[in-house]
Design a protein around this ligand. Structure first.
Ligand SMILES: *Cc1c(COP(=O)(O)O)cnc(C)c1O
Length: 392
């Protein structure tokens, strides 16, 4: 606003990638206004409700006046203990609740803030492309720059770390990885995590593994924790979210675990920005992690059925897609002669089905669209039928 008489945003906001879908959004709004019944497979926000046991725990916690005060920065001791016990049960990984667990206001909050603790001006984050946009945005806000690691189908959507120039790797402070992956729905095994540890050691960088979809998996597959592999705790941390596992996106509760010095850095940044998570929500989170997990099992079954319906539907119109082992996304190659955006707009206009163009997740997402299986099965059947009615 200096001198120009106009309100001007800071350079860090101007440095964010341009928003590519304004035109698509306009058309969506116009179609809705015309009364078109859109089927929205665009947003990764679970349609299923938070399990009743968790809502009930919140109800009792909110009546307790001790919940109403400022929470502790690092999270309730009871919440951190619940996280460490869950980690032990789920992954066989032991964590000290004292300093190897930190509560987050949703994992997005921690992911956005970690660069503030470790990125000096001009330093690199290594960021997957396509990828969750917050890795790059957080890096820019901290004054750093992203070096993008393309995730290619022929490599199972795992980054090829050998392709990172040595001078970039040496100048990088953070490496972001995310498995099961949004948007590609790919999974990683422990051999890949071992490669990551080796790479991080060689170049002295911090690994941030985003495990938001660790509990959403199918056909008997279970996702490993990055912390299960030797040496991981020396180089990295792992972000988790209750959002996807327990249909709690609106509640804002996540956590991060792993290397205590890295967590101390993030904690220091956070104490200067936020004041922790509402305690009643943390008590609900304890119930989520410690109560009967059969609701999680049912949720997996729901997504698995939806996955199968949509994969069948896509194949019927000639779109080849491998049924993913995890996440509630399908990552689909657009037909030849289309780009991500042109395909999504065709499907929007002619079938009233909303997809996310892959290019919104980074340049390497061009040529794909993402479908979120966050609508009921019957609507997916309907979406598949509508796709068949247009010639692609
Ligand atoms: C949904 C999502 C998150 C963030 O979840 P929160 O609601 O902030 O806990 C983090 N990473 C990925 C890849 C996601 O898709």
């Amino acid at each position: 606003m200096k001198g120009s008489g106009r309100i001007e945003m800071a350079q860090r906001l101007q440095a964010l990638p341009p928003y590519l879908f304004a035109e698509l959004d306009r058309r969506k709004t116009a179609l809705r206004a015309k009364g078109v019944d859109l089927i929205d497979l665009g947003v990764g926000d679970p349609d299923l409700p938070t399990p009743q046991r968790i809502v009930e725990r919140m109800r009792s916690a909110i009546l307790d006046p001790s919940s109403h005060r400022y929470p502790s920065y690092e999270g309730l001791r009871e919440f951190r203990v619940a996280v460490s016990l869950w980690y032990e049960r789920r992954f066989g990984v032991m964590l000290d609740p004292e300093d190897e667990v930190l509560a987050l206001i949703g994992s997005k909050e921690g992911i956005a803030h970690i660069p503030l603790a470790f990125i000096n001006p001009g330093a690199y984050s290594l960021v997957p492309s396509p990828g969750y946009p917050v890795y790059h945005a957080g890096t820019i806000f901290a004054g750093g720059q992203s070096f993008f690691l393309p995730l290619k189908e022929e490599q199972g959507f795992l980054p090829d770390l050998r392709q990172v120039p040595v001078e970039v790797a040496d100048a990088a402070a953070l490496l972001f990885i995310n498995y099961p992956n949004n948007p590609t729905a790919a999974v990683a095994d422990k051999d890949f995590f071992l490669e990551v540890v080796e790479f991080a050691r060689r170049h002295c960088l911090i690994v941030c593994h985003d495990a938001a979809y660790s509990e959403i998996s199918f056909d008997g597959y279970t996702s490993p924790s990055f912390l299960e592999v030797d040496g991981a705790r020396e180089v990295g941390i792992e972000f988790h979210s209750l959002s996807k596992t327990y249909n709690m996106t609106g509640w804002r509760l996540g956590f991060v675990v792993g290397n205590r010095e890295i967590l101390a850095g993030l904690g220091k940044a956070k104490t200067n920005i936020d004041s922790g998570v509402f305690q009643a929500i943390q008590w609900a989170g304890i119930e989520a992690l410690e109560g009967d997990q059969s609701d999680v099992e049912e949720m997996r079954a729901v997504y698995q059925r939806r996955r199968d319906v949509m994969v069948r539907g896509l194949r019927a119109v000639g779109l080849e897609v491998n049924p993913p082992k995890a996440t509630f996304y399908l990552w689909v190659t657009v037909p030849p002669s289309y780009g991500s955006v042109s395909f999504a707009s065709r499907v929007l206009d002619e079938a009233g089905v909303v997809l996310t163009p892959g290019s919104g997740f980074g340049e390497a997402g061009e040529g794909y669209v993402r479908l979120a299986l966050t609508v009921p099965e019957a609507r997916l059947e309907e979406a598949a039928q509508r796709l068949q009615s247009i010639s692609l």
